[in-house]
Design a protein around this ligand. Structure first.
Ligand SMILES: Nc1nc2c(c(=O)[nH]1)N[C@@H](CNc1ccc(C(=O)N[C@@H](CCC(=O)N[C@@H](CCC(=O)N[C@@H](CCC(=O)O)C(=O)O)C(=O)O)C(=O)O)cc1)CN2
Ligand SMILES: [Zn+2]
Length: 768
């Protein structure tokens, strides 16, 4: 019998229950026991959903209160001393690492958070010491959660991050020099101990994720697989059967590693992203090894094409036999929303094209049944599926001849500004007249409860568009006044009208549909509701001009217009899977180009086009694919921004990624001013500016906005001082790491006051 399996389930709950409980706990509105109980309730509910759907292999330990990678810090006893020294209870210590803590004499920033592979999920980077010791937690979470499920009558397959991935994704702590992979020998006994404990608790199977196998691995990481899995495999019958899971790419370039993994029970591969790897991987399996075939997409919301998925699985069965193949999701379902059943406002035509986590659970079961018992056993489901796949392929929604015609008319010149930076800058200074170390913010100001309540009322029709507009104007007045008081140099309107920087644009563009409950975890308690691209994209009307124009009309200082760039709109949406992403990006770029030109015409002389997702779209492996991506991605940004005159200053913004090895691409965008997250990634990034001899203006973030912690003026001065070792005073801007929407007002004002004071200090110093 061919089994069905899921690699991980979204943990927020149907109505973002985990987010609500976690934030209530942080606000001291519920107790620790309440939060722990809510976590337990959600885990149970999610196991039951999968069990009721008929899924054979159900994951556990895929749950986390903040991030599943961060969990391993407590699991392995690698909590940096700056957190452990307070002897907090484990939950608070865990949140302190995730989001920092500033309370009752405690003042500690969070650990660094970065993108999880090429997704919009963020993990907390394991951070290790030169003299790192490891110690398995007394009650390891994977064991506890396995037992919890078992007590409810559900036998699960616990998931843990593998040792090679844990160490490869880790970094040395600030001021430490250790290369984490060299700690393998010390770490391995903990895996052995944990696996024995899991086995003793009754776990027959464990999923060990080694997603780094899809990278071009450094030799040291690659060589670590052999000793790691020899040791783990040596447990034999004393340990559980191991499924080694890879996803988000193929493992063909690392196929020789499989020879060292022959004592593992099964190997999971992503056959949605890279179906062509099947033959190579099958050929490299040991004689008894099982293939876990990831054929149901864990990263997108399109209904699985059963016919195509069944063909892939049948292909594997032909070579391996029915008892050596498992049907699985391509990756964890963490990246898709909970259930389509919550969507009450989607057009029926498109609703039938989608499948979220709950629906995907049924999909793996149907596919497994089809290949086990034959198609007749699930005839009805197969017929219904073929019908929706066909309906989507032939829908008039997907094809807009006017958009196609406009794309055909794009010329190379449309990608370039009229003059080079020095001439542009000369024009810009005529109108802008900025001081040295100009201060600005990244766009959003706190999205207060009041803003969300008013927007909610507006969405529900409880207040009129005019009333909502009036409310937004009042908010803009407020942030303009505050920016005046803070004495910032380039103002923003604060983005109060935006629910999210991508969703907002999705809601205003033709070719998109959007949802009401389709939330996906982005980091910690924060979620996004990615809009869905279903057809060709165009802009029926200006999207941001009204608010920017209003803000400029009441502000004495330059007002920065604020847009989300084409690549970020694409990456943070659920994209189409029927046309290449470069086509979708160009359509977005053309829509945004019109918006940029309209903003300029409305008198907005500084326009920021955010592209924080540019880096995450970079193919995970080096080589030709990367060059091809960068060509169309950079072109899309340039196409969206190059319609303006020299005197209009184009800014762009980057955050949430490691940029050291990517700065050349950001430089290629030819933006006049960049703001780039820097405050947690040490001086590595700064060094690049010298290496690249970066010629334009730049504001590396001077403080971390992900934490409620307020930086001191001295800290900010130290940051700027550090930057001045790499950049000249005339090119440096002063700004936070990212937008302030997730922050409260008191900490925002305090932090910006410190920032403005620090900028003034250097302005004074360098103007003498
Ligand atoms: N798409 C996207 N990806 C991104 C980022 C980003 O800004 N956008 N930033 C980076 C980090 N990720 C982030 C992701 C989310 C949030 C964030 O603040 N999310 C909000 C939700 C934002 C939102 O869409 N809010 C809506 C809906 C708000 C809401 O919850 N409404 C309530 C009702 C209103 C109420 O009583 O609060 C409901 O629907 O139940 C709005 O403002 O209108 C949250 O989780 O709290 C921040 C950063 C990288 N990736
Ligand atoms: Zn940002």
């Amino acid at each position: 019998m061919v089994q069905s399996s899921i690699l991980g389930f979204p943990r927020m709950g149907r109505l973002r229950d985990l987010k609500k409980a976690t934030e209530a706990y942080w606000a001291d509105k519920i107790s620790r026991d309440d939060l722990l109980a809510e976590g337990k309730r959600l885990r149970l509910e999610h196991w039951k959903i999968q069990k009721d759907a008929g899924v054979d292999v159900i994951p556990s330990n895929d749950f986390a209160f903040y991030d599943q990678v961060l969990d391993h810090h407590q699991l392995f006893g690698t909590i940096p001393e700056r957190y452990s020294k307070y002897n907090l209870n484990p939950l608070d210590e865990y949140f302190a690492m995730g989001r920092g803590l500033q309370k009752e004499g405690i003042d500690v920033p969070s650990l660094e958070m970065v993108k999880w592979f090429d997704s919009n999920y963020h993990y907390v980077k394991p951070t290790l010491q030169d003299n790192q010791q490891f110690k398995l937690a007394a009650e390891p979470k994977p064991v506890a959660e396995f037992l919890e499920a078992k007590a409810a009558g559900i036998i699960t397959r616990p998931v843990i991050l593998g040792p090679v991935s844990f160490l490869t994704l880790a970094k040395a702590d600030r001021d430490q020099t250790v290369d984490p992979i060299t700690l393998l020998e010390k770490l391995l006994p903990l895996y052995v101990e944990l696996l024995s404990k899991l086995k003793a608790a009754g776990a027959e199977d464990v999923q060990i994720d080694e997603p780094v196998l899809v990278f071009d691995l450094a030799e040291k990481s690659k060589a670590a697989f052999k000793p790691a899995y020899e040791k783990i495999g040596a447990l034999g019958a004393e340990g559980p059967r191991i499924t080694l899971a890879t996803y988000f790419g193929d493992i063909v370039h690392n196929i020789d590693v499989l020879a060292d993994l022959q004592n593992l029970h099964s190997i999971h591969i992503d056959l949605v992203r890279n179906p062509e790897q099947l033959d190579t991987v099958v050929a490299a399996l040991g004689p008894k090894q099982i293939l876990s075939a990831g054929v149901v997409d864990g990263r997108n919301i399109w209904k699985t094409n059963f016919k195509a998925a069944i063909e892939k699985v049948e292909n594997a069965i032909q070579k391996l036999g029915k008892d050596r193949v498992i049907v699985a999701t391509s990756s964890s379902l963490l990246h898709v929303p909970h259930t389509l059943a919550s969507e009450k406002t989607l057009d029926a035509e498109v609703q039938d094209w989608f499948s979220f986590a709950v629906e995907k659970a049924t999909e793996v079961v149907v596919i497994a049944k089809a290949v086990t018992e034959g198609p007749a056993a699930v005839r009805e489901q197969l017929e219904a599926n073929a019908k929706s796949v066909q309906a989507r392929a032939s829908s008039a929604r997907t094809n807009d001849p006017a958009v196609k015609a406009r794309q055909a008319a794009v010329t190379p010149e449309m990608h370039n500004r009229k003059s080079a930076f020095p001439e542009r800058y000369a024009e810009q200074t005529k109108t802008l007249k900025l001081p040295l170390f100009p201060t600005t913010t990244i766009g959003s100001f706190p999205q207060t409860k009041e803003i969300r309540i008013q927007r909610n009322k507006f969405t529900k029709g409880e207040i009129t568009p005019a009333e909502y507009e009036k409310f937004i104007e009042k908010e803009i007045q407020e942030v303009v006044k505050i920016q005046e008081e803070l004495d910032l140099d380039v103002f923003v309107h604060g983005e109060p009208e935006r629910n999210d920087m991508v969703q907002y644009f999705g809601e205003r563009l033709t070719g998109y549909v959007f949802t009401t409950h389709a939330w996906v975890q982005s980091y910690g308690s924060r979620c996004v509701r990615p809009p869905i691209i279903v057809g060709d994209i165009s802009r029926p009307a200006p999207m941001t001009v009204k608010e920017s124009k209003y803000a400029a009309s009441i502000s004495p200082k330059p007002m920065k217009g604020m847009l989300t760039g084409p690549i970020t709109c694409l990456r943070w949406s659920f994209p189409r899977d029927d046309v290449h992403q470069s086509v979708q990006a160009q359509q977005l770029a053309l829509a945004l180009r019109d918006e940029v030109v309209d903003l300029e015409a409305a008198g907005i002389a500084v326009i920021q086009v955010d592209e924080p997702a540019l880096r995450e779209g970079l193919p995970l492996r080096t080589g030709e694919a990367r060059a091809a991506y960068l060509k169309w991605a950079v072109d899309s940004f340039k196409l969206s921004t190059a319609g303006v005159t020299d005197g209009t200053q184009i800014h762009s913004h980057f955050c949430y990624s490691e940029f050291q090895d990517f700065f050349y691409a950001i430089a290629a965008l030819d933006a006049d001013v960049l703001s780039i997250e820097n405050s947690k990634s040490d001086a590595k990034l700064l060094k690049v500016f010298i290496d690249e001899a970066y010629p334009r203006h730049i504001g590396p973030g001077v403080y971390d906005i992900h934490s409620p912690r307020v930086p001191t003026e001295q800290e900010i001065k130290d940051r700027i001082e550090e930057m001045l070792a790499y950049l000249s005073p005339s090119q440096l801007w002063c700004n936070p790491d990212c937008g302030l929407k997730t922050r409260g007002w008191p900490e925002t004002k305090a932090a910006l006051t410190a920032m403005v004071n620090a900028a003034k200090y250097f302005r004074q110093k360098y103007s003498q």
